[in-house]
Write a protein of this length. Structure first.
Length: 240
């Protein structure tokens, strides 16, 4: 039994590590896709793509994965056409959920997303059913361990670049922008020498929904099921 228990513990740790790596790959793939679609496939002339590739390599993403995501974005992946889709739905406890996908098969993706919702106590909704609960914003994160700059210095740089607001914690600086000014702010901060942990246009909730312990567990399972789907690029929600 002791050997069996040890094997189970090793498997559990391995599964957790695999899941964490999968999520890191998913985020890196999205960053590469967005950067390549926005600025082209050449990292020498596309600073955002160069940054995304560097981060992907730091996560040990294989080169073929990197190239495939660049080809997806530029429409040069042989025989495959990808479409960006956003699904909306309600999670446990009435939470609002937005799911961004990149897919070559809309029917398959819809079925998989619907199944993930139903298995977790939620349901897929119509377009527009929860979108009004979110604002589309530029979102940039700087890990404080990567810079010697204090809060005032980072805030001044962000404001001068056109950012709307900044929130500070012990670990990170979080900077928010309008979608129109996101690229300018991102590029200005990179030019100032800041290392960006996250730089994306995302959905920011306008209100949040509190959950009891049972619905919190269901919500976590819903997020995990959605993030495990190959086509899912990002999951947004308003659960506290």
């Amino acid at each position: 039994m002791a050997g069996h228990s040890k094997w189970k513990n090793i498997q559990r740790r391995k599964n957790a590590q695999d899941a964490k790596r999968g999520k890191a790959f998913m985020k890196a793939a999205k960053d590469i896709y967005v950067a390549a679609k926005e600025g082209g496939a050449d990292p020498e002339t596309n600073a955002a793509l160069r940054l995304a590739i560097d981060k992907a390599k730091a996560e040990n993403m294989p080169n073929e994965n990197i190239e495939r995501n660049i080809k997806k974005a530029t429409g040069t992946l042989d025989g495959v056409s990808y479409e960006e889709i956003t699904y909306e739905g309600y999670g446990p406890g009435g939470t609002a959920v937005m799911v961004e996908l990149l897919t070559d098969n809309k029917n398959r993706s819809a079925a998989e997303v619907r199944h993930a919702f139903s298995k977790s106590g939620g349901n897929l909704g119509e377009n527009g059913c929860v979108a009004f609960m979110f604002n589309r914003k530029g979102y940039i994160v700087i890990d404080r361990s990567t810079t010697d700059a204090d809060e005032d210095t980072v805030m001044l740089a962000a404001i001068e670049a056109g950012a709307d607001e900044m929130e500070t914690s012990d670990e990170v600086f979080e900077i928010y922008t309008e979608t129109e000014s996101f690229k300018d702010v991102r590029d200005a901060l990179v030019a100032e020498g800041f290392e960006l942990d996250t730089a994306e246009v995302t959905f920011v909730p306008t209100t949040y929904t509190g959950l009891d312990e049972d619905n919190q567990a269901k919500m976590e399972r819903l997020i995990e099921r959605l993030e495990d789907l190959d086509d899912v690029q990002d999951v947004h929600h308003n659960a506290e």
